[in-house]
Ligand binder design. Structure first.
Ligand code: AMP
Length: 490
C-alpha cells in the first residue's frame, strides 16, 4: 500500500532552523512536489522531477540540500570553502531567483551561495570563486568560461541540480550541459528537473541519474485557468489613474498590486493614499516591522491595497485576496502565474487584471505562450485613446532610444571583434555576452541583486509568436472582474 504524503512541513524531517525559515516565509503546508521529493532527497536519492517553475520545486530541492550542508566538510579541507552544490539553470533570472531562495530558506544557517551568469563583468565572479562558497548557482556559458580559465574546481561536489532541462535543450545548451557534467565527480547526488521529457532530455537524465525517484506534478499553467484574467492596454503615464478608476469598483476589497520596482511600488501606494484609497507598499527596502504592519493592516481590512514587488510578495499567504493587479508585467513569464495564483485560493474564484504598456507587449506574448491562452482585453476604459495597440503576430516592440544606442554600440563592438578575429589577431573577448546572455541591458531599473556577482537586471524574456487560440480560450460571458467592463477579443 502507498504511504500517505506528508501534509505538514513538520512531517518532512527538516531540522528546526530550516523549518523555522519556511514558517517565516508563511508557507503552511508543503506543495505536492515538496511532499513527495523532500523525504527521498534527505536520504540522498537521485531525483527525476517533472515539474515547472511555480510548483514549489525550488524549495523541494533547496531545503534538503541546505540540510545536507549543515554537516561540515571534513576538517582536512582548510582554505576557501569548496563548492559542495552546483545548480545549473538556463537563464540569469532563474539563477538569481534560486540563489535568493537559498538565502531565504538558509537564513538561520551559515551557508554561502554565489550566483554567476553572463552579460556582467567577470571580475567579481572570479573573486567570489576564489573566496569559496557552499552553493554555486550558474548558467552554463559563463560557468564553462570560468572553468576554462581555471577559476572553477569541483572535486568536492556533493550535489548537482540540473534545472529546467528541456528549456536548456530548447536554448541550444545541450553541448554546454554535457561539458559541465564532464567536470563533475562521478560520485554525487544528482537531481534533474524538466517540465517536459523529450527524448533528448530523457537521454540526458539516463546519463546522469542512478536509480532515481520519479516525481511528476501538474503543470503550473493549469493554475492560471482558475483565475479570471483581463488585460488593459494602457499608456505608461495613465497606469496610476487607471488603477484608481478600477478601484471605484467596491468589489475590489483586498487587492494585491504588483510593481516591478521598489520605487514604483512606493509611488503607486502614495498615489492611492493621496486619493483616499488605503494602501501600503512592501518591498526589500522596508523594515521587517513596517512590512509586518502593512501585512497585518491588509489582512485586517484596514487598507484595501497592498503594493508589492515580486520578491516581497513571496510567501504572502492571504486567502481572501479578491484581485491581483499587475501594474507592471513580470519579466519572467512564470512569475505571472505565481502572481495571479495569489487570488483564487482555496477554490474561490479569483480575478487578475494586467496593465500592458507599449514596451511590455513582448512580455505579454511570452506570458500568453506559457499559459496557452490569450488574455481577454478590457475595453472601454477611460484611457483607451492613448493606449498602445496590440502587437500583430510576429511584430516586435520598437526599442527605446537607450536600447537602440546600446544595440549600435554592441554592433560596432562585434564588427571590430570580427575584424580582429579575421586578422587572426586575438582571442574572443571573454566578457562578450554568450548565447545565454541577452546583449542589451534593460534600461528599466529594478531591485538590486543580492550578490555582487550579479549586478545587471535580467533582460525581458524572449518573445514568442502568438499561439492560435484554443477552443477553451473564449472570455467568460459574465464579464466578471475589473468591475464588469466590456471586453473585446484581439
Ligand atoms: P517555485 O516553483 O520554486 O518557483 O515556487 C513558486 C512560488 O511558490 C515561490 O514564490 C515560492 O515562494 C512559493 N512557495 C514554494 N513553496 C511554497 C509552499 N509550501 N507554500 C506556499 N508557497 C510556496
Amino acid at each position: 500500500m502507498k504511504e500517505p504524503l506528508p501534509e505538514r512541513f513538520d512531517d518532512l524531517g527538516l531540522i528546526e532552523p530550516i523549518a523555522r525559515a519556511v514558517r517565516e516565509e508563511g508557507y503552511e503546508r508543503p506543495t505536492p512536489i515538496q511532499a513527495r521529493a523532500i523525504p527521498h532527497l534527505l536520504q540522498g536519492r537521485d531525483l527525476l522531477g517533472l515539474a515547472q517553475t511555480g510548483t514549489g520545486k525550488t524549495a523541494a530541492f533547496a531545503l534538503p540540500i541546505l540540510q545536507r550542508l549543515v554537516t561540515p566538510t571534513p576538517p582536512a579541507l582548510r582554505g576557501p570553502r569548496p563548492i559542495r552544490v552546483l545548480i545549473l539553470t538556463p537563464t540569469r533570472e532563474l539563477a538569481s531567483q534560486i540563489a535568493d531562495s537559498f538565502d531565504t530558506y538558509g537564513k538561520h544557517l551559515h551557508v554561502r551561495t554565489v550566483v554567476i551568469f553572463g552579460g556582467v563583468g567577470m571580475e567579481p565572479q572570479k573573486q567570489a570563486l576564489r573566496a569559496g562558497m557552499d552553493v554555486l548557482v550558474a548558467t552554463p556559458g559563463r560557468l564553462l568560461d570560468l572553468a576554462g580559465q581555471g577559476f572553477l574546481h569541483l572535486p568536492h561536489l556533493e550535489v548537482f541540480v540540473l534545472d529546467e532541462a528541456d528549456r536548456m535543450l530548447d536554448m541550444g545548451f545541450i553541448h554546454d550541459v554535457r561539458r559541465v557534467i564532464r567536470l563533475l565527480p562521478v560520485k554525487k547526488q544528482s537531481l534533474f528537473f524538466s517540465a517536459t521529457m523529450p527524448p533528448e532530455a530523457q537521454a540526458l537524465a539516463d546519463q546522469l541519474l542512478k536509480d532515481p525517484v520519479r516525481v511528476a506534478v501538474a503543470p503550473v499553467s493549469s493554475t492560471a485557468e482558475k483565475v479570471d484574467q483581463e488585460l488593459a492596454y494602457v499608456d505608461k503615464a495613465d497606469k496610476r489613474a487607471l488603477l484608481l478608476e478600477l478601484l471605484r469598483d467596491v468589489g475590489m476589497r483586498k487587492v494585491l498590486v504588483f510593481s516591478r520596482t521598489k520605487h514604483g511600488a512606493n509611488k503607486v501606494a502614495d498615489h492611492l493614499d493621496e486619493h483616499g484609497v488605503g494602501a501600503a507598499a512592501i518591498h526589500g527596502n522596508k523594515s521587517q516591522s513596517a512590512r509586518e504592519r502593512a501585512l497585518a493592516d491588509f489582512k485586517a481590512g484596514k487598507i484595501r491595497v497592498l503594493v508589492a514587488t515580486d520578491i516581497a510578495a513571496r510567501g504572502i499567504d492571504i486567502d481572501e485576496i479578491t484581485h491581483v493587479v499587475n501594474f507592471d508585467l513580470p519579466e519572467v513569464p512564470e512569475q505571472y502565474v505565481h502572481r495571479i495564483g495569489r487570488t483564487a485560493r482555496a477554490g474561490a474564484s479569483g480575478y487578475a487584471v494586467s496593465f500592458c504598456e507599449a514596451d511590455e507587449r513582448e512580455l505579454l506574448q511570452a506570458i500568453e505562450k506559457l499559459i496557452r491562452m490569450q488574455i481577454p482585453v478590457l475595453e472601454g476604459h477611460p484611457f483607451e485613446d492613448r493606449a498602445p495597440p496590440p502587437l500583430r503576430p510576429g511584430e516586435r516592440v520598437a526599442m527605446s532610444p537607450q536600447a537602440q544606442m546600446q544595440a549600435r554600440r554592441d554592433e560596432r563592438r562585434r564588427a571590430e571583434q570580427a575584424n580582429r578575429d579575421r586578422r587572426g589577431g586575438g582571442h574572443a573577448r571573454r566578457d562578450e555576452p554568450r548565447r545565454d546572455e541577452p546583449r542589451h541591458a534593460d534600461p528599466r531599473h529594478g531591485e538590486p541583486r543580492r550578490d555582487p556577482a550579479a549586478v545587471a537586471r535580467p533582460a525581458p524574456a524572449p518573445s514568442a509568436p502568438r499561439p492560435a487560440p484554443r477552443p477553451g480560450d473564449a472570455p467568460r460571458p459574465d464579464g466578471a472582474g475589473g468591475g464588469g467592463r466590456r471586453r473585446r477579443r484581439r
